[in-house]
Structure formats: structure tokens, C-alpha cells
Design a protein. Sequence first.
Length: 344
Amino acid sequence: MSREPILQPTADFVDDDRDLRPQRMQDMVGQREVYARLEIAVDAAEKRGDQLGHILFDGPPGLGKTTFATCIPRDLGVNFQIASGAALAAPKDVIPYLTNAEERSVLFIDEIHRLPKAVEEFLYPAMEDFRIDLTLGEGVNARTINMQLKPFTLIGATTRTGLLSAPLRDRFQMREHLDFYTIEELAEIVRRNAGKLRVEIETDAAVEIAGRSRSTPRLANNRLRWVRDYTQSKADGRITLGVARAALEMQEIDVKGLDRQDRKYLETIARVFGGGPVGVEAVAHTMNLTVDTLIDEVEPYLLRSELVVRTPRGRKMTAAALDHLGLGGTASPAAGEQQRSLFG
Ligand code: ADP
């Protein structure tokens, strides 16, 4: 029944996950409350023949913000354009997207917290009244003209809602927070995606991959792709529990799903800063990473799994983290035992 929309992804958007990304909201796993609310909004907009209200998604990377944003226009049967907040440095950069936007179409701006203030302010009348104010000429000859836009839907995604200005945040009719996934949900994603990759997988192997994926679908997909490669190269092409474990162990992904970078973060706090508390900037400098990478990509899961806590004086490791690294007990386990306890 629905029309296939013509996609207009911009040159800077390369979907490296096309083969596994769900195409419709109903194909997405988990996030049921978010899905239920969006389904109502999409359904009502379709019935009215109106544009959908603007939507803001927030949450850590890899949890489905882009997926929701690209499924919604398909469910609505409308066109969509994709832009990145980092690439929209000035109002002139955003004008083509706004003037190209067709009636009821979707403009998705990823990393919307990176828009400079001037671009944010330029968007206010576009979001509220579907109008932009263009200044022509310079100095005393400058004049402002209003340009009417087609009613469209802006979907924004951010890993850092705190960095959005309140006026921009308030112009979104719906704000949806995406949370981490359960192991059951991730196992379901792994099982379905093994099917898409045309590889056989045993149920307990799907659960094992899910358990080592830090509650994040993007990581579950990455791990699955690696396990698939490993299986096809080293085993008989069928993903069993043993093969999944061996593959993930080779990639140094441990039983808690921590990778080398996560463990390096914990080890840095333990070794260099005596377990903390330590400011995130100091950890980032020592690891030669940006503060944003630590805050957006490394810390959310470590905080959530209570391996690190935030204190007024900085980050501090918990006893669970020391145990996990094999530094917890009175007697430090031998290297081989440490290895086994981490990788299961
Ligand atoms: P974000 O935009 O939040 O960083 P994405 O939407 O790009 O994350 O999600 C990363 C990948 O994880 C997607 O390509 C998709 O394959 C998978 N994914 C995310 N959410 C879901 C979901 N709810 N169900 C199934 N797969 C999902």
C-alpha cells in the first residue's frame, strides 16, 4: 500500500549498515514504548494527511536513532534527506535542505547538538512557521525577505541532549530517549541478522554474542559479522557456542562485552590514577583520546554496568571493576587465570 520513497541521502552519509538496518519500524526489536508512541503519531499524521510533528531522539550511539529516523519516512511513504549537524556550519549550508524539503517529507539531522547557534536560530522559524528569513545584500542595502517552505518534519538525533539549547529542544513536539537493550532483545537481533547474512546460528551462540555486546545493537551486529567471518574461515560455517566464544576471545572481547579500549580505560584509572577519582580530561589525555569519545562511546556502558562511578571529584573505579580486571583480591591471580576469568 505504501509508496516507495525516493531516498536522497547526502554525499556525507554513507550507510555502512544497510544490509542489517531494519527498513520499517515494525521490523525493529525492543524500544516498545517508543515504538508505540511513534506508531500513533505516524498513523494520526497519515490520517490527517498532515506533516508529522518534529521529533528529537537522544541516547548513546548505536541504539537505533538513525534507524528510527530512516524507518519513519518509509512508514509514512514520504521522501527524506539526511544531514549531519557537524557539516552545517552556517545558515547557508542548511538552506538547500529546507528549500528542497517536499510537503510532509522528513529532514533528518544527525548529531544535532553540533549545530552552531546561528544555524539553530535560523531553524526556529523554519520549524515553527515553515518560513526562513533570508538577508539579501549587505550594509545599508541589506534587506530581509521571508521565504515560505513546504510543511516538513525535522527529526534530530543527539548523543548529548544536554548540549542542545532549550529553545531548540522545545521546538520538537516529541522527544524520545532510546535506552540500552536487554540480552533477549539483542539475541533476537543477532538471530534475525544471522538470517540476513545467510549464516546458521545456534540459539546459545546468539545469546553469547548478545551478552558480549554491551547492550547495543550496533555492537551486536559488529560482533556477529566478525563471528560469521571467523566461522566461515576457521569452522564449518555454522555458528556454535564454542565457535562464537573462540571468535570473540580472539578479538579480545571479554565476558562482560568490554573490548580492549574499555579495559584500557579501566586500567588507566587503576594504574595511573590509583583507581580515581580522576577527571575525565586527564584520562582522555593519558589515553590519547578525545573527551567526547570517552563520554559518548566508552563511559555509558561502564557507568551503567557499575564498573565506574561519577563522583563530584571525578571518575572512580568500583570494586567490581577491580575484580573484573583481576586486581580485586588480596592475592593477584596468575596471568593465565586472569585471562580465563575475563574471557570465560
Ligand atoms: P544510532 O543512530 O543511535 O547511533 P543506529 O540507528 O545507526 O544507531 O543503529 C546501529 C545499527 O544497529 C543499525 O544499523 C541497525 O542494524 C541496528 N539496530 C539499531 N536499533 C535496532 C533495533 N531496534 N532493532 C534492530 N536493529 C537495530
